[in-house]
Design a protein around this ligand. Structure first.
Ligand SMILES: [Zn+2]
Length: 156
């Protein structure tokens, strides 16, 4: 099996490679080249074009997912190496697309703000609950004191 270089994968990602069909197939079958490909994707991440129209991008991804072939679950076949990698590649693509989408739309910033807000509120709620419990315990203890003393004093 002839492998491709990282320069060829770089060209493939940037759309400059002419031998795309063979590389598509090779990527699904070769672990070594998949590793190189993922590293090059990471390196090129910041150079990839920015998404200007997020709605159109989301629609495009959804259309692409809808057009993928569906596998019948009735005739379940053992998962071959190739299908496993196809799935992994598919999931990586979706995850990468969603990450770009979320980072581009600033949703991560909103999520982090919301998470810190929630954790602050939770801490306050827990503190309130603990102090309520302590107050109740103290109240019960204080209530029990006169009753015991009355019992003692009331004994003949
Ligand atoms: Zn290879």
């Amino acid at each position: 099996m002839t492998h491709y270089t990282d320069q060829q994968w770089k060209a493939y990602i940037q759309g400059d490679e002419l031998d795309r069909a063979s590389m598509d197939t090779h990527l699904l079958e070769c672990d070594a080249c998949m590793d190189i490909y993922l590293i090059v994707v990471e390196d090129l991440h910041e150079l990839l074009p920015e998404i200007t129209n997020i709605t159109a991008f989301s629609e495009g991804v959804l259309q692409h997912i809808k057009s993928l072939p569906t596998y019948s679950t009735k005739h379940s076949q053992p998962m071959t190496h190739r299908r496993w990698y196809t799935n992994m590649f598919f999931h990586y693509t979706i995850a990468a697309s969603l990450t770009i989408l979320l980072v581009g739309s600033g949703i991560f910033d909103q999520i982090f703000d919301r998470v810190s807000e929630i954790s602050e509120n939770t801490e306050q709620a827990q503190r309130a609950t603990v102090s309520d419990q302590l107050t109740n315990k103290a109240g019960q203890w204080l209530d029990s004191i006169p009753a015991k003393q009355v019992k003692k004093e009331g004994k003949p």
